[in-house]
Design a protein around this ligand. Structure first.
Ligand code: ZN
Length: 695
């Protein structure tokens, strides 16, 4: 059979796709060609669509399942889980034209008018109306409705902002690249874990040097700040970090001033009083003031605990003074010495298979989800090979053919499940949980294919847990939390009741999307839950009482400092995007320093420039959005508190209410409305405060 036809058939298969086949050398050899063909088809279809007369426009005009998007996304997924030259080249060649096409769609005035026409005149049900309303809004926020001259201005601003963001990031990188610090005295890093030392040693070896080299990476910085016993070295690293990208020839302060000015101009062009208001337009939080007030209240409440945490450190270690660059070191030491919890012991209660079973059991109890392991489809190519008596393992061939160094298939650890509720199929769940070289070393949840007219949805979780040679995997508590977190995201998508993928769980507001994920983590940490499910991987004994007690004590360890720091950053971000834009470097510095003095518990250091390497907000899409980290926790603790207050963390009433009003609703309503449907009120902070031990 023609290979191209076989690929298109595989992509159109509404059931679980033959992922092995779609990753075979035969397929990759023609993938780029297929992408180009699909792109031409979609471009032609789009042009045809633009010619549809108004009276013929209906909701269906805009409904499509793009095989191109699906295939491209699949290739990107393979690239994420197994970085390899072949796919990288395909993506690199194809992506620029693909982006050009999506820009053509995104800035098509006719298309926008068609959407608007449909929104205003079409006979739409409630969900269709919401989808159209959102689509029109997205176009308007891009500035599609503006006059030509203003639109040109906006496009120029967007282009400049993207360049400035790039400059910002390059300045940080260049500045950090030059930084290195050699340590030859073993004594001062004797408390450091072997892993960190090994990395530092390798870095030194790469430069043909002896001893240990610590660079400006986050991991090296954290290793020094937490484990280096020499106070002056910690202070040196702290100062160095505050000097990145402040040098005259790569000064991010000038970049920040331009970014702030352009963002402000952009907001005004689009009819918003400032950039923060624009940023909040598609978020749950409604106004900058709402966030400023809420965070102000929380940090006031957190101050006594934060201060007590500092006092505890001072007293325990008998310190005259505690400077900001010493905090991580002593906090870590206190945790280890005063609340000694042996992570190696704890791991024995978290054997991977048991944790997975526990996690599935929890969502079954909470939301009635049934999860069944399935065997994905057989590989048609494998069958052909069997018949022609070619080697049975195409992966052996592939390893030679494509220059793979790693022996084994990326499919070895993959599991596929069928997820259903009340006998109704919800989604496939696809897992890839274990570490491999060439796989992105993160954890994530995503959707591999959306449901559309019979196409079954595929939701995935990817992690990087370490499997040992004998096949057992003992997880740290952090791993278990990660697993629950990503599965929480997955359930949000799986349980979305709408047939329209635009309204599913993954599309909710940015500051609401972490609610189901962070919420599910509570069940793995809760002592009550742990007592039921966690047991020793060899003896089946439950977790001992003393470990549970320590875990409970540590639950709020350092939470005062955490809140103070989060508030300081969030307020720096928010204030720079709301008030009067600083017009000079000194004004900018004063602004940032004032924010620190207002919000921090430490005196101002001689060198203080957190803004010059704050890429989250100047190059990362978090401008006037840094608050979302703590915001998500505030709402998540509210829901968790509702479960706890019912006296049963598996309360059928609360879980049903959460399922019905929030989880299954996906994006069918605004997040603030969903929240109100559950609580009959706006966000409050009491649950967060008490869960964090702040009241
Ligand atoms: Zn998350």
């Amino acid at each position: 059979m023609d290979i191209k036809k076989q690929i298109l058939d595989a992509l159109q298969n509404p059931d679980f796709p033959d992922l092995k086949f779609l990753y075979s050398p035969e397929v990759l050899a023609v993938s780029e060609e297929i992408l180009w063909e699909l792109l031409v088809e979609e471009q032609e279809d789009f042009q045809k669509k633009l010619k549809i007369p108004d009276e013929d426009i209906s909701f269906e005009t805009f409904e499509d399942f793009s095989i191109l998007d699906y295939f491209f996304w699949l290739l990107e997924h393979y690239q994420w889980v197994n970085n390899d030259e072949v796919i990288r080249k395909i993506i690199e060649n194809f992506e620029p034209k693909y982006i050009d096409f999506s820009n053509e769609v995104a800035y098509s005035k006719r298309y926008y008018e068609m959407l608007k026409y449909c929104f205003q005149n079409g006979s739409l049900d409630a969900e269709q109306k919401r989808i159209m309303e959102k689509s029109v809004e997205v176009y308007e926020i891009r500035g599609i409705a503006l006059a030509e001259a203003e639109q040109a201005k906006l496009k120029k601003i967007n282009k400049d902002l993207s360049e400035l963001g790039q400059n910002f990031w390059n300045n940080v990188l260049d500045s950090q690249k030059e930084f290195e610090y050699m340590i030859s005295n073993e004594d001062i890093i004797s408390e450091m874990p072997d892993d960190d030392k090994l990395v530092a040693k390798k870095k030194a070896e790469e430069k043909k040097r002896e001893w240990y080299l610590f660079d400006a990476s986050q991991s090296a910085y954290a290793a020094i700040m937490k484990y280096c016993s020499d106070k002056s070295i910690r202070a040196y690293f702290y100062t160095a970090r505050n000097l990145f990208a402040t040098e005259e020839w790569r000064n991010n302060k000038t970049v920040i001033l331009k970014i702030l000015e352009l963002k402000n101009e952009k907001a005004k062009l689009l009819g918003f009083p400032n950039y923060a208001e624009l940023s909040l337009h598609f978020k749950m939080a409604e106004t900058p003031d709402q966030i400023i007030d809420l965070f102000g209240e929380i940090s006031e409440k957190a101050r006594p605990k934060a201060q007590a945490e500092l006092n505890e450190i001072r007293e325990y270690f008998n310190l005259q003074e505690l400077v900001v660059s010493d905090l991580s070191y002593y906090a870590r030491k206190l945790r280890e010495e005063k609340y000694a919890l042996d992570d190696k012991e704890l791991k024995k209660y978290f054997e991977f298979e048991k944790v997975l079973e526990w996690m599935f059991e929890i969502v079954k109890r909470l939301y009635g989800i049934e999860i069944k392991k399935i065997q994905p489809h057989p590989n048609p190519l494998l069958k052909e090979r069997e018949q022609t008596s070619e080697p049975l393992s195409p992966w052996g061939e592939r390893i030679q053919e494509w220059g793979f160094v790693w022996e084994g298939s990326i499919f070895d650890d993959i599991q596929v499940y069928e997820v259903s509720r009340n006998g109704k199929f919800l989604s496939y769940f696809f897992t890839d949980f274990f570490y491999r070289p060439f796989k992105r070393q993160w954890a994530w949840a995503n959707i591999l294919r959306e449901n559309f007219r019979g196409n079954k949805k595929i939701v995935l979780n990817v992690c990087n847990f370490q499997k040992w040679a004998d096949g057992t995997t003992l997880l740290t508590l952090w791993d278990v939390e990660t697993m629950f977190h990503e599965f929480g995201h997955a359930t949000h998508e799986m349980l979305s009741r709408s047939e329209h993928s635009e309204l599913s769980g993954f599309h909710v507001e940015w500051d609401f999307v972490e609610l189901p994920s962070q919420l599910l983590e509570n069940w793995c940490r809760d002592p009550e839950g742990m007592k039921i499910f966690a047991s020793h991987y060899q003896t089946w004994e439950p977790v001992p009482e003393d470990i549970l007690q320590k875990l409970e004590q540590l639950d709020t360890f350092g939470s005062g400092q955490f809140v103070i720091k989060q508030n300081e950053y969030a307020m720096m971000d928010m204030s720079l995007h709301t008030g009067i834009i600083p017009s000079s470097e000194s004004e900018l510095d004063t602004h940032v320093q004032k924010n620190y003095l207002k919000n921090s518990l430490f005196p101002l250091s001689e060198v203080y420039n957190p803004h010059t390497s704050f890429s989250h907000i100047f190059d990362g899409g978090y401008a006037a959005g840094y608050y979302s980290y703590m915001w998500a926790e505030i709402i998540e603790k509210e829901v968790w508190r509702a479960f706890k207050d019912s006296g049963d963390i598996f309360s059928p009433e609360v879980s049903k209410k959460f399922h019905d009003t929030i989880l299954s609703q996906g994006t069918t309503k605004k997040a603030s409305e969903l929240f109100r449907d559950f609580f009959n009120r706006d966000v409050e902070i009491d649950a967060f405060l008490s869960e964090k031990g702040l009241i």
